[in-house]
Design a protein around this ligand. Sequence first.
Ligand code: SF4
Length: 611
Amino acid sequence: MISLFYACNDDPLVIGFSPTIERLGAEEMIHTKDHKTAYIFDPWHFLGRKRRRLMDESWAALFREHILCELPVNKVAPYFSDGMGRPTKELYTALGVLVLQQMLDLTDEETVSQLAFNLQWHYALDIADETDEAKYLCAKTLWNLRSVVIENHLEQHLFERSTDVLARVFKVDTSKQRMDSVHIKSNMRRLGRIGIFAKSIHAFLVNLKRQHEESLGNLDQGLVERYLPEKALGCFSLVKPSEAEKTLERVSGDLFHLVQRFADDPQVSSMYSYRTMLRVLKEHCEIQEEEGGPAEVKVKPSREIPSDSLQNPSDPDATYDGHKGQGYQVQVMETYCTHEDEKERDKTLNLITHVEVQPACESDAHALIPALESAIERGLAPEEVLADSLYGSDDNCQKAEAMDIEIISPTMGSVKQETISLSEFRFSDRGKIIACPQGHVPVRTKHKKNRYTAAFECSDCTACPMRQGCPVKPGKKHCHLRYDDKTMRIANRRTIEHSAQFKEKYRWRAGVESTMSAYDRTTGVKRLRVRGFPAVRFCATLKAIGVNLMRATAVRKARRAGQDPAQGGRLSLQSVISVVKEHVASVWGVAKLIFSPFACPKGTFQAHFAL
Ligand code: SF4
């Protein structure tokens, strides 16, 4: 089917013809629309000039012009049948809705309502059609589509495609980037140890009642009464601190009893809730078995519970971070601008180039290299990366150097003020010491693989005023200093850290904190509505697209505000053309109604004709 379209982008003179519907599938089941070709007649002509300008300055225009067409519908289409069932919703609209929902932190009901009635959403998603097919998506369809994206980890394609296009459109300089992580929480309650035991038992009993009611009847009814009713769980959150230890022993004993009771029942022991109890038992308890006697359960001390242990049975993927608590973390890498003029910085897009969700217990040290590899693969490679000391391990710096990337980060730990650093010794090009800070030459040096030894005269060292802080160790004949390549590299980095040049470069790292703040303020990333690692990863990744879109909108506005008068003249001309177009379009609309009586709703033809 061929339709005529009218320009709706910045350039009002673009006119084109385009097929409205493309078929990705063999039949007409996979529904997509061509959003690249501009319209001949502006479907948004009814917007007055001021509202239209407002719309064109908003995120909706940027989304429609640059991101909508880049949404990876080809990655999603294979998960829908091209021969069975009903046709899909228009896939660009459907994927766009998923992004906008996360960006604006909406519930499913709010999202359905926004798609149905919000003009800004229609503009962003290029929906000019007033039909239910175009503007209505039921909550179930939204849920199904989201499940497809989550289960197949397609959110990464959405992020990469939209980020790459913004980097291209805004000519983002990716040579300078900075990285940090932010702690986020899924929709789960914080539970203490007693709560974890009680909730695991409750979930098991609820499932046992549903699936094997006769087994529940055979259990001690006192135990069932303690954990099965919903109200019973509340009692465990009211335990006095003085009784906590006793209660913990009791709930662990009950859990152990249930695990033992059904261990030989293959139907019950294969239930998910039984395996959850087993996991809690292994993580929190020790089983003591004495010869001939019954096995006994002993609760482990809190410090022995691993950080990747179960935090709440309703979200088995959430883990624990000693500083930040339960949940997940998001690794974020973004570009930054070092221009001293604030106005110039406002016109530069700080783009999030990498986002990765991890369990909260993961160390930041493991996140840097995957981020660099991803950026290189997508042509967004940095030349230098600012990060805090956790990212800047010696191992990471070495790997990054092999990729031609410099990591600017302080070293871990600290040294005492009066201690002499290894970097204060003088070295030869081959890494051997040629003199100590007091100017004494070693009597002997040795080098084996990457380990070095320098021997100094004991008489020099004994009389040395710097002896207390010097890393040399007294030996039988000489005083020895032993070091390796890694120690030397770290010592050199410590010296550089005190330089003004390092401080000047590193001060830009702090800006990433404002990104994390905006990430949360704009999209609500720190408190998600979902549970489970795949769903959390989906939400956090799409919310990062939202941050990029909002920032790009602000940058485009700043750039347009700073355009020269010649450009302003061009814009005025465009405005005049736009007004003329609006009039032509409204006349065309009336003409269509007059000369297309069969397209009019019953009875309206006469009314328009009379007008
Ligand atoms: S203690 Fe020995 S090696 Fe260290 S600075 Fe003094 S003389 Fe040099």
